[in-house]
Structure formats: structure tokens, C-alpha cells
Design a protein around this ligand. Sequence first.
Ligand SMILES: Cc1cc2nc3c(=O)[nH]c(=O)nc-3n(C[C@H](O)[C@H](O)[C@H](O)COP(=O)(O)OP(=O)(O)OC[C@H]3O[C@@H](n4cnc5c(N)ncnc54)[C@H](O)[C@@H]3O)c2cc1C
Length: 395
Amino acid sequence: MSSKITITDFKILQKSFAGVLFFDNSSTHNAQKILYSTDASVYQEKPLAVAIPKDVSDLKLLIKFANDYGITLIPRAAGTSLAGQVVGKGIVVDISKYFDKILEINEEEKWVRVQPGVIRDDLNVILRPYGLMFGPETSTSNRAMIGGMIGNNSCGLHSIVWGDTRSNLLEVKALLSNGFETEFRNINKADFFKKAYEQTLEGKLYGQIFKILNNPLIQETIEKNYPKKSLTRRNTGYALDMLSDNELFKQDSNKPFNFCKLLSGSEGTLAFITEAKLNLISLPPKEIALICIHCNSIQDSLQANLVALRYNPMASELVDKYILDFTKGHHLYHQNRFFIEGDPAAILMVEFMAETDEELNKITSLFISDLQKEGIGFAYPVVKGEDTKPAWEVR
Ligand SMILES: Cc1cc2nc3c(=O)[nH]c(=O)nc-3n(C[C@H](O)[C@H](O)[C@H](O)COP(=O)(O)OP(=O)(O)OC[C@H]3O[C@@H](n4cnc5c(N)ncnc54)[C@H](O)[C@@H]3O)c2cc1C
């Protein structure tokens, strides 16, 4: 426990806190702190306390408490992060229990408003009858939550078509470091400058970000050093390149400024998200085919990818020999190798979707004949429908 803060301080906090706090060294509290000392990464650090807030008032109490005692808050959703994003010595704040409501679905405008503890796959089950879905996915989407997906700017297999979380995040309701509740969304130039003059923490954020991003030297540095914008699957620190890609900083742009671009991927370090408005897409075509291009080398599979991109696939993923060999004789994954022929150095798995099987067969055979003409690959098994799921599991 920090030198300034005592168990009595936590006990006082508990009196007005509607949710649950684990802070002392009793076996129950200690067990909880140990459970919350890691995520899906190798990192481990026992937090000072664990909080399971019931509502926004609880979050505000936590923020005040953290400010009073100079400690940090670590927002936590499902805790499936791979790089210690929810590990730390402050108070781990678990929003998975009570912030799990879907608040509003707008079928016509294709958006949904949710709390951050909503699980991605559960959301899509609810949206299915509307013919809609939230596109960005992760391999952990049956447990990953929207708050965590925003924090990590998550995306997966179909990111080339459905994009990342950032590109599907429309608005956010959040608490700032002083407990002030605010909303971030597209904001036009006039409103941006009005905000920037406000004598509040929010006003300062607009003012300071304008000063920083309007500096030509900084703009040039960002332009030169950030990864290519065409790389969807990336989370390389604060996305200042995305935040500055709008009419305020680019003369040839008519995109509005939106702080959500920065919040997505900020790993819980900037604000505590309490609601998010997400863009939805129509359900994809129902017929699926996975062409598994067996290659003699990694080089070959990269060439295959260039051909694949000409056909606008839904997904294109490399599975190299290291992964393939790992599945050999594996008690779970061995049976998923049903589509593998011989001993390829790599397999490029390319997925297509279409409304009809005929349409799908047409794309598939054109694609395979192109690969053959260019001498890429030695076998091209096509997996369809439900069988694509165990095939993808190999990856
Ligand atoms: C086997 C495996 C496969 C994976 N595959 C993928 C993949 O394909 N693509 C991918 O992108 N990721 C992948 N991941 C990483 C991870 O599962 C995802 O990024 C996931 O979306 C994180 O969601 P979560 O709910 O577990 O978030 P958490 O791990 O709980 O949190 C993630 C970040 O969000 C912040 N956060 C959470 N809630 C809030 C809030 N309310 N306000 C502010 N910040 C908040 C946290 O502080 C943290 O920084 C994988 C992980 C594993 C273990």
C-alpha cells in the first residue's frame, strides 16, 4: 500500500461506492488482487486495489480518489490484452460486470450505442435480426469487450474489408482526469474553436491539440514517421496521424475533427469511456469459400497475396511452416488439418464471400487459374461454409 493511502481511506470510499472494492490483505481481497494482477500477457503486477464500479457515479468517485492520493486507474474490460495493457500498480477498474448494456440500436442509420463492457460477439447476436453487425473482430471476440477493443484499436481477419475499431467508432462518452463527463464526436471548425476557448479541461484539450498539430514541423515529423495509413492492422502508440487527418490540419481534406481517432488505441490512458456509438455494417453475403494456396516458400505466398488482392478478398492470411508444424499431432489442432496436402512451406488462406454458390465458384476458379498461370503454389484446396471455421483455427 502506498505510504499516503491507508486501508481506512478505502473503507471511507467504500461507504459511498455502490460497487465492490478489494483493497485489504484479507484472503478474499488478496485473492482478487492476485487474479487481477495479469492479463493475457506475460506481465504481472499486483494492483493496489480492484474496483468493480456499478455506475458512472462510482467512476467519478474513483477518479476523485485517485486524484486525491496520486494513484492511477487502469480500466479493464475482458483483460485479454497481450502486452500488459491492464496490468499496473494502481486501481484496476473492471467494467465487465455492470457496464454491459446495449443502449440504442438505429437500424436506419446503422449504428449502435453501447456501454464498454458489451462483448463483441454478444452484440452481433443481438444485431443479427436487424441484418446488421459490428465489423471489427479479434480472435478473442467471444469475450473481448467494446471498451477493450477501443483501447487496443482491435481488428482481425476481415480488417481489409471491415476496418479497425477506430474507423468504426463514431462517438464516445467519457470521463476526463478531473471527473468531467464529456462527449467526443465529429466536430466542425467553428465548434472546434469555440470549444478551444472554453476555460475547462475539455477546452484545454482542444486548444492544446490545435497548438501541437498545427505546427508544420510536427506535421512533417508525423507524416514521415508514422506507419502507412493503408496499414489497417496497427496500434503503434497515439494515432496522431489519424487525429490530424482532417480539415483543421489538411487543406485538401473535408473530414471533420474527432477526438475518437485518438481515444481508439490509447489503451485507457486518456479518458474513461462510459459509452460508445459504433458504426454498423450489413450482414455479409452468406456463401463462404476459403482457398488454401499451398506454397513452396514464403516468397511464393507473398506473390500469391498480390494476386489475391486483385480479387478483393474478405481476408488473406499467411500461415507459415512454424504454425503448420505446431498443429501436427496436436491433440486439438491435428483434426483441423483436413485441408492440408503434403508439407507446404506456407499456406496463404484467402477468403471470399458471395450471395450464391455459383458466384463464389466463378471467383474461385478465376483466382486459382491466375495463380496457376503465374506458377504460384502447388495445391489449391477450397474449403466452404461451416468447414471454413475449423480451417481458420489452424491459423
Ligand atoms: C489468443 C489471442 C488472440 C488475439 N487476437 C487479436 C486479434 O486478432 N486482433 C486484435 O486486435 N487483438 C487480439 N488480441 C488482443 C485482445 O484480445 C484484443 O485487443 C481485445 O479486443 C481486447 O479486449 P478486452 O475486452 O480484453 O480489453 P482489455 O484487455 O481489458 O483492455 C484493452 C485496453 O482497453 C482499455 N480499456 C478497456 N475498457 C476501457 C474503458 N472503459 N475506457 C478506457 N479504456 C478502456 C484498457 O485499459 C486496455 O488498455 C488477442 C489476444 C489473445 C489472447
